[in-house]
Design a protein around this ligand. Structure first.
Ligand code: ADP
Length: 265
């Protein structure tokens, strides 16, 4: 869905997907980066747009937080991580002179606009890491993102967060505004022991699946709490390249494949 017929910088972007969560700290940015890398490893052209004002952490997770961004005639030039294109609001907020444009009553509209202010070029999938939560401000940001053609949303939750009404509110938001829910990812589902690689449940599990059933959404899969994954994102390393034998790798690849299949439906 788009406001007018001119998609501008999104012209050659096949699919725009929002990554949402009901609250911060559930691993939304981690899942965004890992899905992006998994899609990249699957041979797709991928972009990541980080508009998470609460903590734009994508550049750090991809090891490009010290990069400078530049503008060209058609907008901001994304930073490249290998062949992954990355743009974060954090790149701009780091520059005090630029920060001024994100203040004031039009902030959410400006963030919505930001998606089309990036010279993405040709992409198969653009993943948008959105601000977490269901406050009016966050919903306003999503409303503005939705003005661009959005193919769907991936909702990230943790097993213990499913009882929190926020997740359901996010689902209600998608339904009300006509954003298709591609599915739910349950993150931090079980703990992978770094010594024996065995996965044990520390919180309840299956909550994401339950929530998917309750709300008529697709369950995309679960990703365990894996210390090797958190160490990789802390250090900006490609987890999928470093630990291709791990169960967590299999889980992330599985989710990426399901996402790709649902885009082809
Ligand atoms: P959010 O974007 O929802 O605020 P983050 O992606 O920043 O959350 O993740 C919060 C913290 O949890 C980070 O330190 C990240 O490394 C860690 N984390 C997220 N998912 C996992 C996981 N599956 N295994 C291990 N650590 C994780």
């Amino acid at each position: 869905m788009e406001v007018n017929g001119d998609r501008g910088n999104l012209e050659k972007v096949q699919h725009v997907l929002l990554v949402l969560s009901g609250k911060g700290g559930v691993g939304k940015s981690t899942i965004t980066t890992q899905l992006a890398l998994a899609l990249l490893h699957a041979g797709k052209k991928v972009g990541v747009l980080d508009v998470d004002l609460c903590g734009p952490s994508i550049p750090r997770m991809l090891g490009v937080h010290e990069c400078e961004v530049h503008q060209c005639d058609s907008g901001w030039v994304p930073v490249r991580v290998g062949s992954l294109s990355v743009m974060s609001i954090g790149f701009l907020l780091d520059h005090p002179d630029d920060a001024i444009i994100w203040r004031g009553p039009k902030k959410s509209a400006l963030i919505g606009q930001f998606v089309s202010d990036v010279a993405w070029g040709e992409l198969d999938v653009l993943l948008v890491d959105t601000p977490p939560g269901t406050s009016d401000e966050h919903l306003a940001v999503l409303e503005n993102l939705k003005k661009h053609r959005v193919d769907g949303a991936i909702l990230v939750t943790t097993p213990q967060a499913v009882s929190v009404g926020d997740v359901r509110r996010e689902i209600t938001f998608c339904k009300r505004t006509g954003v298709k829910i591609l599915g739910i990812v349950e993150n931090m589902s079980g703990f992978v022991c770094p010594h024996c690689s065995e996965c044990s449940s520390i919180f309840s599990t299956g909550g994401g699946e339950e929530l998917a059933k309750l709300t008529g959404s697709h369950f995309l899969g679960s990703v365990p709490l894996d210390p090797l994954l958190s160490a990789s994102v802390e250090e900006g390393r490609d987890f999928l390249q470093t630990f291709p034998e791990s169960a967590t790798y299999g889980a992330i690849r599985g989710i990426a494949d399901t996402v790709l299949n649902s885009l082809q439906d």
